[in-house]
Design a protein around this ligand. Structure first.
Ligand code: PGA
Length: 265
């Protein structure tokens, strides 16, 4: 089992595993040329001995292209969302089978930019189930809309974790990645202080521990997402006690993304 760290107040943190750096291109890159250029530039500039696992997550129409052009040698490919519907009569949807068919091995679910269009925790739980059944790794976004002085956002986090993970078995927990993405920090001018990130991650891990047990919770990969940049990645990594990052804007710019990768070496 991965080594663990017991923090003040008996809190638990995983010190586990290879770091995971996920580049969520959102809709910043929309053309074939743009996608090919970005992936080739990244490939050229990647450190020789990569210490992190890199996942590129283009918009759906570009996923198979990136996988095909790149071949997935040093970077994996992910999808930004999946439908709850089965394959077949589902116009306009990317099904779990479609995710697999595209060559993606990861899939983001529950992103706040999907939740604002009505996606609920119940939807997220169903999507996680479909992805696990299809052997795709779900990256589950969880995060409060805003902070309040009384700490009610902790109740929201607890509730979201419980509902999103409602359909998985204890032995599947380590196959799911959690991305703590406080909505107020996404696309903001700066990321929160590392202490803020660390406290939230410890809380989420404790919540998972109370649901599934401590050993299982320690195996879970937990990322931070929201305004990660080359200048804050190193500190967030070391003081925020994260297992990696979910990166938006900066991942659509080769120099910025490489800067973050290097800060994590
Ligand atoms: P950002 O987005 O890095 O642009 O803040 C993160 C995300 O939404 O995943």
């Amino acid at each position: 089992m991965a080594p663990e760290q017991v923090g003040e107040n008996g809190t638990i943190r995983s010190m586990s595993q290879q770091l995971l750096l996920v580049g969520n291109w959102k809709s910043y890159i929309t053309s074939t040329e743009g996608a090919i250029h970005l992936v080739k530039t990244l490939d050229k500039k990647l450190p020789k001995k990569l210490k992190s696992k890199i996942v590129l997550v283009p918009a759906a129409p570009l996923v198979a292209l990136v996988r095909y052009v790149y071949g997935g040698k040093r970077m994996s490919v992910g999808m930004q969302d999946v439908t709850q519907h089965e394959e077949g009569a589902s116009t306009g949807s990317v099904t779990a089978a479609g995710v697999v068919g595209s060559g993606a091995t990861y899939c983001i679910v529950g992103h706040s930019e999907r939740r604002k269009d009505g996606e609920t925790n119940v939807d997220v739980a169903r999507k996680i189930r479909l992805l696990l059944d299809a052997k795709v790794t779900p990256i589950v976004c969880i995060g409060e809309l805003e902070r309040d002085r009384d700490g009610n956002f902790y109740n929201i986090l607890e509730h979201d974790v419980a509902e999103c993970l409602a359909r998985i078995l204890p032995q599947e927990v380590s196959k799911v990645v959690i991305a703590y993405e406080p909505v107020w920090a996404i696309g903001a001018s700066a990321a929160p202080a590392s202490r803020v990130v660390s406290e939230a991650l410890v809380f989420i891990r404790k919540t998972i521990a109370s649901q599934f047990g401590r050993e299982i919770a320690l195996k879970m990969k937990m990322l931070y997402g929201g305004s990660v940049s080359p200048s804050n990645a190193h500190e967030l990594l070391h003081l925020g006690h994260v297992n990696g990052f979910l990166i938006g804007r900066a991942s659509a710019d080769a120099d910025q993304f490489i800067g973050i990768i290097k800060a994590c070496q």
